[in-house]
Design a protein around this ligand. Structure first.
Ligand code: SAM
Length: 242
């Protein structure tokens, strides 16, 4: 069976084994997308819209790499995920990103070095290292000269902006700068009006393609309950109103 035709259940099954954050950082909103939701998003992006296989795919705020790796399993040409840390690392990563943009490839980006290490390990464990590139950087600081519409598709579960106000929309702006074809992004349903109005200002057409319920585990001490249900929209942004 070609990877591009991988069944939903099989994809979910492989993603279930992905290692997640041991000590999630509250300030970075490190919640992991469940394997079920990740598989459904990627499967829909590919089998309804044809946005993954043979496309250049970026995952902004890749965390454990679940979306980047899932895209690779669906046979994306190259997958990248973005993270940042010290100035030294950033210089190296920008150089790498420059080379990467020049050669048009696929990727995952995150700001947290430990998340990136996790992504790298997870990709290796699933034999997709060769297809995936993980880049350490602050997504909001990607240099303007590098926003060269380098990707066909951006797929992301950005911070919802609950710790850092506006982070969700900053990620959306960057995603729209990087992609040429489609952006898939998760946003709290309570912010839908705001996200839609931002999309219109950015010149893209938003379409809510799924309404999901995120069952966030009580990973943080301030959570009173074992898990918290959050209503989330999966929105596909395109340049055509289809
Ligand atoms: C909600 S988590 C999603 C993780 C993963 N993509 C997933 O779907 O499971 C958001 C991720 O964004 C990263 N992040 C937060 N702020 C960032 C920034 N300014 N630049 C890059 N990554 C950032 C966090 O470290 C975290 O891994």
């Amino acid at each position: 069976m070609a990877a591009g035709s991988m069944k939903l259940k099989r994809l979910q099954h492989i993603l279930e084994e992905i290692e997640t954050f041991e000590n999630p950082k509250i300030e970075l909103e490190q919640y992991t997308t469940s394997s079920h939701i990740a598989a459904c998003i990627l499967h829909t992006a590919q089998f309804v819209y044809g946005d993954i296989t043979d496309k250049c795919v970026a995952d902004l705020g890749c965390g454990s790499g679940i979306l980047t790796i899932g895209a690779a399993l669906l046979d994306a040409r190259y997958c990248t995920g973005y993270i940042y840390s010290t100035v030294y690392i950033m210089v190296l990563e920008y150089l790498k990103m420059f080379i990467f943009v020049c050669f048009i490839c696929f990727a995952g980006f995150d700001i947290d070095p430990s998340a990136l290490s996790l992504s790298v390990e997870n990709a290796a464990d699933r034999d997709v290292s060769g297809q995936c590139e993980f880049i350490l950087c602050d997504v909001k600081q990607i240099d303007k000269s590098m926003q060269l519409k380098a990707f066909d598709t951006v797929i992301m579960n950005p911070p919802f902006g609950t710790r850092e106000k506006g982070a969700d929309l900053e990620f959306l702006k960057m995603a729209v700068s990087l992609a040429t074809n489609a952006v898939y992004s998760l946003h709290k349903t309570s912010t839908r009006k705001h996200v839609i109005s931002t999309a219109k200002q950015l010149g893209v057409h938003p379409k809510v393609i799924a309404e999901l319920r995120f069952d966030l585990p009580a990973s943080y001490k301030f959570h009173k309950y074992n898990s918290v249900d959050v209503q989330v929209d999966l929105i596909r942004f395109t340049w055509k109103s289809t």
